[in-house]
Design a protein around this ligand. Structure first.
Ligand code: NAD
Ligand code: UD1
Length: 339
């Protein structure tokens, strides 16, 4: 059975490609490489021994997508392709709207034309805005507090409308919390373009001496040690959840599902840095800085629905997340670019 993976060369997509192949699926990848390298696909091939048809294409390209659907009998789509920088979305909201929303609409239109109506969409915990309570369940109120978040909410709404008008769709919208870590081969991992904004890639840069120290954005939140609390989830656990969600929707006649993917545990910035230091034996110098605009104090998931419906739970520890991220960093000090 063939699955199309959009954004499959990216961080979460590449890890999911491995789990799909391990799960017995054939995959086809489309990615315009705007935030990734073809090398990641070559590494997935190396890890799995599979040959992956790869198309360097923008999902906004209607004709190009149609050709892919003509060439392969695609049963379902895992839709990771999207831009994900909150700060860039604030400075260039139109780019985010075209890429994430118009691109997705184009994909859904082509899927419809080819009667391929099984889709898994990469949504984000960002759709909860400032959480009204924690742990956050799927019924928590939604609110977009930046243009990136707006694009995620808009695509979720488009999918809800598709389903409302045509019950032959099977849809899973997966709201990820904070994915970190890497495949334990050390061959694939997170390789963000330019200077990263997210915590784990910045810890890697500091531990490897590229940055002298890391800024901790605020030590006066109402949390155990004053630093922000998040739900860090190993990217391989996240990837495995996609395979479970895929099997789930493929078994259903008609379904729309929205599911949180997190561990259910909140971890502070200081705690994560401490664990990383003990696992890697590396010092991560830091300084306390002002709170970052747009940050929330505490965000973590209630993953009960994923446990129940998908029979999935996150299994990998914070130590494992740090160990795997560090192995990827040490084996690939410049990400994919060295090769
Ligand atoms: P990523 O940037 O590593 O992967 C996204 C991939 O999509 C990249 O390879 C990029 O080149 C590709 N892409 C982007 N726009 C495209 C387009 N128009 N046409 C074709 N390819 C395109 O990001 P990621 O961390 O792997 O995230 C995957 C998805 O998960 C994204 O939709 C992101 O918004 C969502 N998400 C990520 C996080 C996170 O923290 N990483 C959290 C929540 C949700
Ligand atoms: C950020 C985005 C969110 C997006 C997610 C995944 C913002 C405001 N939010 O979430 O929309 O879905 O990334 O891409 O950008 N921290 C530091 N120092 C740093 C970097 C981060 O102390 O240099 C802290 C933050 O304040 C936060 C935690 O580390 O408490 C995690 O930050 P980050 O990795 O950027 O993720 P989020 O803020 O949860």
């Amino acid at each position: 059975m063939t699955i199309l993976v959009t954004g499959g060369a990216g961080y979460i997509g590449s890890h999911t490609c491995i789990e799909l192949i391990n799960g017995g699926f054939d995959i086809v990848v489309v990615d315009n490489l705007c935030n990734s390298f073809k090398e990641s696909i070559l590494r997935v091939e190396k890890i799995t021994g599979a040959t992956i048809p790869f198309y360097e294409l923008d999902i906004q390209n209607n004709k190009g997508l149609k050709k892919i659907f003509e060439s392969h009998d695609i049963k379902a789509v895992l839709h990771f392709a999207g831009l994900k920088s909150v700060s860039e979305s604030v400075s260039n909201p139109d780019k985010y709207h075209s890429n994430n929303v118009v691109g997705s609409e184009n994909l859904f239109q082509v899927m419809s034309k080819f009667k391929c109506k099984n889709i898994i969409f990469s949504s984000s915990a960002t759709v909860y805005g400032i959480p009204k309570y924690v742990p956050i369940d799927e019924r928590s109120p939604l609110d977009a507090i930046n243009p990136y978040g707006e694009t995620k909410l808009m695509v979720e709404n488009i999918l809800c409308n598709l389903y409302a008008n045509d019950k032959t769709w099977n849809i899973a919208m997966l709201r990820y919390f904070n994915p970190v870590g890497a495949h334990d081969s050390g061959l694939i991992g997170e390789d963000p373009n330019g200077t990263p904004n997210n915590l784990m890639p910045l810890i890697m840069r500091t531990a490897s001496g590229k940055d002298p120290k890391i800024k901790i954005y605020g030590d006066d939140y109402e949390t155990e040690d004053g630093s922000g609390v998040r739900d860090y989830i190993h990217v391989v656990d996240l990837a495995k959840a996609h395979v479970k969600a895929l099997r789930f929707i493929l078994e259903e006649e008609s379904r729309i599902l929205v599911v949180n993917l997190g561990t259910g545990h909140g971890v502070s910035v200081l705690k994560l840095i401490n664990i990383f230091q003990s696992v890697s034996g590396k010092l991560v110098p830091f300084e306390i800085a002002e709170r970052r605009e747009g940050d929330v104090a505490i965000s973590y998931a209630n993953p009960t629905l994923a446990n129940k419906i998908l029979d999935w739970r996150a299994e990998k520890s914070l130590e494992k997340m740090c160990e795997d991220a560090w192995r990827w960093q040490c084996m690939n000090p410049n990400g994919y670019q060295e090769n």
